[in-house]
Design a protein around this ligand. Structure first.
Ligand code: FES
Ligand code: FES
Length: 157
């Protein structure tokens, strides 16, 4: 079988432009973790069900295990590594720490990016809207209460 031809892509990740060649079927998740060594993005289920791999594409939360790297050609991607600014944590990151919303931490990058997308779209969500917004992001540790509190506290600040 012939090796698949790599395709050139230009993608902006966390404000930095990357000009790379990728296999046509390479997942965005693998591109971020293995090619760019941005290992903050986690793989859980690998099939779109847990939300651990959530990143922002042009500000919209997407599961990077279901997206091909070639499909973000010309787009803006934000991973958890891109949230802090000038050494200061994003308010959501700070609230997750302050409210004890992190236990093992495996779901945290995806959860925070999902919350970021939610607050971008709806800066003052109700508790119900927060719960609905993160419904696709699974956490096996916290019971969600502290996560919801952290997101609501960020919205209120
Ligand atoms: S690893 Fe992508 S949704 Fe679970
Ligand atoms: S903190 Fe462990 S899965 Fe959420």
């Amino acid at each position: 079988m012939q090796p698949r031809m790599k395709k050139p892509i230009s993608v902006t990740v966390n404000g930095e432009v990357y000009e790379m060649e990728v296999e046509p079927r390479r997942r965005l998740l693998d591109f971020l973790r293995d090619d760019l060594e941005l290992t903050g993005t986690k793989e859980g289920c690998g099939n779109g069900e847990c939300g651990a791999c959530t990143v922002l594409v042009n500000g919209v939360a997407m599961t990077s295990c279901l997206i091909l790297a070639v499909s973000v050609n010309g787009q803006q991607v934000t991973t958890i590594e891109g949230l802090a600014r000038d050494g200061a944590l994003d308010p959501l990151q700070k609230a997750f720490i302050d409210y004890g919303a992190i236990q093992c931490g495996y779901c945290t990058p995806g959860m925070i990016l999902m919350a970021k997308a939610l607050l971008n779209e709806n800066p003052k969500p109700t508790e119900e809207e927060v719960r609905m917004g993160i419904a696709g992001n699974l956490c096996r540790c916290t019971g969600y209460v502290k996560i919801v509190e952290a997101i609501l506290a960020t919205a209120a600040s």
